[in-house]
Design a binder for this molecule. Sequence first.
Ligand code: GLN
Ligand code: ZN
Length: 767
Amino acid sequence: MNPKTHILGYPRIGPKREYKFAIEKFWRKEISASDLQETLSTIKNNNWLSQKEAGLDLLTSNDFSLYDQVLDTAIMLGCIPERYAGIKDELELYFALARGNAEHSVVALEMTKWFDTNYHYLVPEIARQQKFALNAKKPLAEFKAAQALGIQSKPVILGPVSFLAMSKTDAEGFNRFVLLSDLLPLYEDLLKQLASAGAEYIQIDEPYLGMDWDINLERAYAKFLTELTVPTGCKIILASYFSDLKDKALNYICKPDTCWNFLHLDLKRGQNSLKKVLAHLPVSKGLSLGLVDGRNIWLNDLEDSTSQAKEVIAQLGAERVMLSSSCSLLHVPVSLSEESELDPQIKAWLSFAEEKVGELVTIQDLCSESPSEKAQSKLAQNKTNLQARKSSPLVNNTAAQKALQEAEGRDTQRPESFAERIAAQKQKLNLPLYPTTTIGSFPQTKEVRELRNKFKREELSLADYETEIKRLTEEAIRWQEEVNIDVLVHGEFERNDMVEYFGQFLTGFTTTLLGWVQSYGSRCVKPPIIYGDISRVKPMTIEMASYAQSLTDRPVKGMLTGPVTILQWSFVRDDQARSLTSRQIALALAEEVNDLVQAGISVIQIDEPALREGLPLRREHWPAYLAWATDAFRLSCCQVPPAVQIHTHMCYAEFNDIIEQIAQMDADVITIETSRSQMELLNAFERFAYPNQIGPGVYDVHSQRIPSVEEMVELLAKASLVLPKTNIWVNPDCGLKTRSWDEVKPALQNMVAAACALREKVLAPRS
Ligand code: GLN
Ligand code: ZN
């Protein structure tokens, strides 16, 4: 007998993002609801059929979603806030929760990151007196849809403890987990309904098993694990992922009288737990081994996975083991099959969802007593590919490795103190009080996008393309001068994306044609792939920066994406520590910074919007991450002369808990998102005196609304209460690329007016 194979979930977007296009067409009313359902059913069925054909044993149902699986869970549990009560149509209600509904004037649920992935989920809202009611329609329908294809699937449902943990509640001091008593009967009812429909296995996702536990979460898990009643004949796969399991969690989990039959371990993140679990696993229970990485795109080491699996099988017996992906494959692209432009050498090192399913099937085959010839030849090919990757000159770049060695232990502190630097910068830049600036990008209009597409399709020569980009840049510079912004930007018209753009100039980087992953709803991102040592092939931004600077006497910011953000928004090589890869990026950026200085650029902004989201899931790992992340940032700019002003920018205001480390980055100026939260960040400054200059965003760039002068003055006045006036910059929350010029122009004019009003107030204070 062989251990069963399964995965925790499959990508929803389809091989060519059919999902996105169908949903967006529906929103634009170009297709009907039944057209939409039909396209989605086709994607879903194809997903199943391809997994079945690949030979996977246990296919997953209910991993598909019209928008988001957490939203599906909220609806399944009848957890829908009052404000949506007027919306009767099911689909209209669904999308109102996801995106808001102007007609009914309701806003959407809040959205937030799914753990440390780039997927975002909708945050359920729960009240103190929350009433739940089961609506099992969706999981049942999906189970039956698979059944219609002859597939006896394993439904996946988000578990009740994680559901409560990831919800939000306004009730202060309320222990949300008391609601578990109300939820458990609903889950029991759901399990019963699925079991009577024929489900033998049910996967309950409980990712919070591996997070930091406070006493409430601990009690909730104790209750859930021991009190949930499971219908006889039905087996529960309890799935943890993204983390190992702490001893305390294991103490509760590894008991005989608990609700699960198989415990899923993410072996890419949680190797530590395996030994301990094996030592304490009750004889009635089994393990699902997360061997194939669901978070990254590298070829699995089949030999290694097989030997790990065999070891566990030897101990438990095959019937107590399952072979699986580390987490849902939602976080990797669908298929390599259409990647015709990838270097074939590199392609041979990769594995997307479709290929990962194949890997599991091969591992299973290799675990048997006499593996098939097919599996053996796959293993041989796999060894060759892994070996080729290890020794490839595409991966190993001696110059980059040497640079990394030389930079080892470098003191990344700028030699002059902030006070000395700011004095030199003052002299050079001669800026007014409350200086104004923007974050970098200006509207990426249809014109800009068309320009880029034409150039890509070779309908426009490089020279003509560059002339057009420069014309747009000049217009942007002139306009900024006209409205009297103090520190200008060139507008980033030449950049499609703030990571991919830099990837073009760096070794060790590649991009895919269709390597999309779902970010939220219909939105997908296509992360570049970092496969090797990084070095700068040629200057990346110098031409545009010098051109823009040549047009004006005002300072124009050099604009770079920082080493942590480039790392965070890519698929990163797994054969060296992320910290090292980010140092390599930092060294390439340092060369660029140096060239910018040589070109006469006196203000350089290095964006790190992803620094916060890189924080490890458990707090115990925060200090190490923050230490290398801030050091990588400093490495990229520690060698500039004191009069050169370094800026950084971050989105999202949740910095209160890491503000000290942000200060460690020692940027002369940080611009940061704060307007949406009404400057909540400022609370941190009552506790901690932020030492350098700071621009708390006063204009919410995510909204079409044009902020008034008064409201921006008010936000700045708030900031002036906790920050020295001489340290405050005036700027929007983030880049303006998603806005239109009609919105940007009046908004920035108001912003400059607000800065002027503040300056007047300070110079001639009224009583
Ligand atoms: N400089 C970038 C821009 O303005 C920053 C974007 C970001 O922070 N996400 O678009
Ligand atoms: Zn931003």
